[in-house]
Design a protein around this ligand. Structure first.
Ligand SMILES: O=C(O)CCC(=O)C(=O)O
Length: 269
C-alpha cells in the first residue's frame, strides 16, 4: 500500500545568527541548527532557512565569497535532505554564476532532489543590492508533497503582485527567507499578515537575528495561517520555530470568503 499523505505538515523555521562574510562558519552553524531541528521529537517535514545565510550582507566582498557556480552549498543542503529524509527550503545563498551574483533560494525534496531554484527578483536599494547583485527574472512555485508553494525573498513581500501571481498559479504557502532589520518590524509583521490574508495562504517567513555592522536584525520569524492567525512567532534570539500547516485550510478559507472568484481583473489591469 502507498504511503498515506498526512493531513498536516510539520515546519521547522531556523531563525539563525549569520556571521558577516564567513561562509564556512555559517555553513557549520546552519548544519548544526538543522541537525537540532531534525532531531526534535516531532520530526519536521520541511526545514526553512533565512536569506543570504552564507555571507550576510558583506556586499563589498560578495564576488569573492559567494558560492562558486552555486555548487557547494546546494550540494550540502541536498545531502542533508537525503540523509534525514526532510524537505529543505534552503533560505537563500549568495552565489556567483559566471561572474554574476544572485541571491537564490534552493529547494530540495526528501531524496535530495532539487525541486526549485528562485533568484530574488526585487533588489533592495536601501541596502545597495542593485549595485552588487543581479535580479532574477522568473516567478517560481514548486510542490512539496502535494502542497503548492511560492518562492519569495525578503523585500519581495512589499510587492503584492508577486504573491498574488503565485496564489493565482495555485500556491497555498508562501515561503519568505529574510534579513529584515530594525526599525521596520511593524512593516515586516504587517506585510506578512497582509500577504497571508489577501491571498488566503500560509506564510512561512524565516528572518535572521543578530547585529552586522550597525544593522540589527530582529528575527520575529512567523508562520501565519490563511485566516491571518499567527501559528508561531519568534523573538529576537536564535531559535527553531515550529508549527503545522493544515493542507485543507487554504481551500476552506477560499470557499468561505471566495476572494479569488470575486476578483474583477478586467478593471484592474
Ligand atoms: O523592505 C525592507 O524593509 C527590508 C528588505 C530587506 O532587508 C531585503 O530585501 O534584504
Amino acid at each position: 500500500m502507498g504511503e498515506q499523505v498526512k493531513s498536516e505538515m510539520n515546519i521547522a523555521v531556523v531563525q539563525a545568527y549569520v556571521e558577516l562574510g564567513d561562509p564556512d562558519a555559517n555553513l557549520k552553524r546552519m548544519l548544526d541548527l538543522m541537525e537540532k531541528a531534525a532531531s526534535a521529537e516531532e520530526k519536521p517535514d520541511v526545514i526553512v532557512l533565512p536569506e543570504m545565510w552564507n555571507t550576510g550582507y558583506a556586499l563589498d566582498r560578495i564576488r569573492d565569497i559567494a558560492d562558486p557556480e552555486g555548487r557547494r552549498l546546494p550540494e550540502q543542503l541536498s545531502a542533508f535532505a537525503r540523509s534525514h529524509g526532510i524537505q529543505v527550503v534552503g533560505g537563500s545563498i549568495a552565489e556567483n554564476i559566471g561572474g554574476q551574483i544572485y541571491n537564490s533560494m534552493y529547494v530540495f525534496g526528501r531524496n535530495g532532489e532539487q525541486l526549485a531554484k528562485y533568484s530574488k527578483i526585487h533588489l533592495f536599494r536601501l541596502m545597495d543590492e542593485e549595485k552588487h547583485l543581479q535580479a532574477g527574472e522568473q516567478v517560481v512555485s514548486f510542490e512539496l508533497e502535494g502542497i503548492t508553494a511560492g518562492a519569495s525573498i525578503c523585500y519581495d513581500i512589499r510587492f503584492p503582485e508577486l504573491s498574488r501571481t503565485l496564489a493565482l498559479a495555485g500556491a497555498q504557502v508562501l515561503f519568505v527567507p529574510a534579513q529584515w532589520p530594525h526599525p521596520r518590524l511593524h512593516h515586516w509583521r504587517t506585510l506578512l499578515m497582509a500577504r497571508a490574508i489577501e491571498n488566503q495562504m500560509y506564510v512561512v517567513a524565516c528572518n535572521r537575528v543578530g547585529t552586522s555592522g550597525d544593522t540589527d536584525f530582529f528575527g520575529h520569524s512567523m508562520i501565519i495561517d490563511p485566516w491571518g492567525e499567527i501559528v508561531a512567532e519568534g523573538g529576537e534570539e536564535e531559535v527553531i520555530l515550529t508549527g503545522k500547516i493544515d493542507r485543507a485550510l487554504p481551500g476552506e478559507v477560499r470557499q468561505r470568503i471566495p476572494v479569488f472568484e470575486d476578483r474583477r481583473p478586467r478593471l484592474y489591469f
